[in-house]
Ligand binder design. Structure first.
Ligand code: SF4
Length: 258
C-alpha cells in the first residue's frame, strides 16, 4: 500500500488528504480502516451511536486492530436498548467504549434552559449534548472514523471516503460511505454482528428517546428522527452556526448537526 508508507510517518493534513482523496475512493472499507490505523495509531478513533452501520465498522475494525479506539457521545437520553448494546459490544470485542458527556447534566440543562429543550429548540439541545462534547473529544485526535453513508441524507450525499473535516479541523474517514442499507444488513447477518434490538421494532435510525419514534410503512428511514421538525441531522456532519438561545429560537428549526 504505497500511500500508507508515504503518509504514515508524518502528520496528515488538509493538503495531503486532497492528494489522496481520489485514490481512496477505490479502496475497500477494510483497506481504509487499515490505512487509518497504520497512519494515525492511537490518534484515530471510531465515533459511533451504534446504529447498524456503526456495528459493521466496529466488527470490521476488530478484525484488523484488536486495540482500536471507539467513542460515543452519551447524551444521557439514550434508549435502554442502546445501553444494553454498549455492554454487549464491550464484552464481545474486549474493548472499553470511551463515553463522552455534555458539560451539563440533564438536570443542569433543565435548570438553565428550561424543561424539554428538545421540544422547543432541538438544535440547541443537540449542540449542548452532542456537538460540543464531540468537538471536545476530537480535540484529542488527528482523525475520526464515522459510519455515514451517502444515501442517508442530502447533507451526507457529497461525503468522501477520506476527507478533511474543516468544521473540526482533522481528517474524517468514512469507510462505508458508498454502501447501501442492504449491504450493511448483509454484513451484519453474514458475520453475526450484534445490533440494537429496536431495529426489529421499526426503528431504522436510533437517537435519543425524546427525539426518536418508530417509522410507519413507506416512510423514509430517518422519518422517525426529530418528528415534527424539519431537522434530519443532529449537527455532527454539517457546518452550522451555534444555535441561538432557547427563548429566542423559532419553533421550526433546521438541522441539528450530529
Ligand atoms: S437528539 Fe433530541 S434529546 Fe438528543 S441531544 Fe438532540 S435534541 Fe436533545
Amino acid at each position: 500500500m504505497k500511500e500508507q508508507t508515504e503518509f504514515s510517518s508524518r502528520k496528515v493534513g488538509e493538503r495531503q488528504i486532497a492528494e489522496l482523496q481520489a485514490a481512496a475512493e477505490a479502496w475497500t472499507p477494510r483497506h481504509v480502516l487499515a490505512w487509518a490505523f497504520e497512519t494515525f495509531g492511537n490518534r484515530v478513533a471510531i465515533s459511533s451511536a451504534f446504529g447498524a452501520e456503526g456495528m459493521v465498522l466496529i466488527d470490521m475494525a476488530s478484525r484488523i486492530n484488536k486495540d482500536f479506539r471507539l467513542f460515543t457521545i452519551d447524551t444521557e437520553f439514550l434508549f435502554p436498548e442502546t445501553y444494553r448494546l454498549m455492554d454487549r459490544i464491550e464484552e464481545r470485542y474486549g474493548i472499553a467504549i470511551e463515553k463522552v458527556y455534555s458539560l451539563l447534566s440533564p438536570e443542569e440543562q433543565e435548570r438553565t434552559q428550561g424543561a424539554a429543550l428538545w421540544g422547543r429548540n432541538p438544535d440547541l439541545c443537540c449542540h449542548l449534548r452532542k456537538v460540543e462534547p464531540l468537538r471536545r473529544k476530537l480535540g484529542e485526535l488527528d482523525s475520526w472514523i464515522t459510519s455515514i453513508r451517502r444515501d442517508q441524507t442530502s447533507v451526507r450525499s457529497a461525503a468522501r471516503r477520506i476527507e478533511w473535516d474543516a468544521k473540526f479541523g482533522l481528517v474524517k474517514i468514512n469507510p462505508i460511505v458508498d454502501w447501501s442499507a442492504k449491504q450493511v444488513w448483509r454484513y451484519i447477518h453474514d458475520h453475526d454482528v450484534p445490533y440494537n434490538e429496536l431495529h426489529n421494532q421499526d426503528y431504522p435510525s436510533i437517537g435519543c428517546t425524546h427525539c426518536t419514534r418508530a417509522v410507519r410503512p413507506g416512510e423514509d428511514p430517518r422519518a422517525g428522527r426529530w418528528p415534527g421538525f424539519a431537522k434530519t441531522e443532529c449537527g455532527l456532519h454539517i457546518i452550522e452556526p451555534v444555535p441561538v438561545a432557547a427563548e429566542a429560537a423559532p419553533a421550526e428549526t433546521a438541522e441539528c448537526g450530529l
